[in-house]
Unconditional design. Structure first.
Lengths: 109, 208
């Protein structure tokens, strides 16, 4: 009987998946911000169909990871939150896509 | 994680959402309609002046109707830049053709292509109009623009055989697009009431 270590050696190498992005809601947020230059909170909420609380909490996590920049400004005396992917976020998202593609391709039929 | 991340679909969805308000149709229809009316008064140049007014009015209307309802998005500038490039090339080519035609006519010989364009002017206008709608449709991912392109082509092709004055077709086309745009705008306003969510961290009690 093969040892666990030996079996692990036979498994295809799984690249490191960014767990911050891998979570479905955050992946959706990253994908929606990736295709635009910037968007406000309301637009992102309409697109992702996440609740206010959910979106807010995931955005905070992405901001803490340095993937999303959250800029607050006033438009017509109303608070307005503009969200955009940082360069780090764009790179991380592209790397994530590449990694996940690699994992799927390496899986046996 | 077996779902494919379809970025093209996501991008198209973002464009479609932002332009579902029908404002682009309203303004395009209004411009075409007013151009037709100015043609009757033999003041077509007024249509071009109105174009510049309409661009600022469009931005203001977006702020009033769209942004409070579905939010604001700034798309990647590449597509708008390619539209501007196409517009500059188109304008330069038209100007160049105009100068060449003028010089040849002044020289005493009317070029064959000009005679063709005069003979089939309705088809030429229809083709140019359809091409413009296609460019806008492609740039902003608005599929209904292709329908407008087809409508323009059919109307002006029919106009070639029906011999009504040009402004009839321009006014009819503008009216149809304007009405369709207004219908879309009304549907949009009914579907999306103005949102109270303005910002992350503000008015946070909603939908939590």
């Amino acid at each position: 009987m093969k040892s666990n270590e030996a079996r692990d050696d036979e498994l295809p190498s799984i690249p490191k998946i960014d767990k911050t992005i891998h979570e479905p809601a955050r992946l959706m947020i990253m994908a929606h911000l990736f295709v635009v230059e910037s968007a406000d909170f309301l637009f992102l909420q309409r697109q992702t169909e996440l609740t206010w609380g959910n979106l807010s909490s995931h955005l905070s996590k992405l901001e803490n990871a340095g993937y999303v920049a959250i800029e607050k400004e006033f438009v017509d005396k109303k608070p307005h939150t503009v969200l955009r992917l940082t360069n780090k976020g764009r790179t991380a998202f592209q790397e994530y896509r590449h990694s996940i593609q690699q994992v799927l391709e390496d899986l046996p039929e | 994680m077996e779902e494919k991340i379809d970025l093209k679909r996501i991008e198209r969805k973002a464009y479609t959402s932002y332009h579902q308000d029908g404002l682009i149709d309203v303004f395009a229809g209004f411009l075409i309609l007013s151009f037709g009316l100015w043609l009757i008064l033999d003041m077509a140049w007024m249509g071009w002046i109105l174009w510049f007014v309409a661009v600022s009015a469009y931005a203001a209307a977006k702020r009033v109707f769209t942004i409070p309802r579905i939010g604001f998005v700034k798309f990647a500038p590449q597509r708008v830049k390619s539209l501007q490039t196409i517009a500059v090339i188109g304008f330069s080519l038209s100007a160049l053709l105009g100068v060449v035609a003028f010089m040849q006519v002044e020289g005493g010989s009317t070029p064959l292509w000009l005679l063709f364009a005069i003979e089939y002017y309705m088809l030429v206008i229809g083709l140019l109009g359809a091409a413009s709608f296609c460019v806008v449709g492609y740039t902003f991912r608005i599929r209904r623009m292709y329908a407008y392109a087809l409508l323009t082509l059919i109307m002006f092709a029919a106009g070639h055989f029906l011999y009504y004055p040009l402004h009839y077709y321009v006014i009819l086309l503008g009216t149809l697009i304007l009405l369709f745009g207004l219908a879309l705008l009304i549907r949009f306003i009914r579907r999306y009431p103005p949102s109270t969510i303005e910002s992350l961290g503000d008015s946070g009690n909603e939908e939590q």
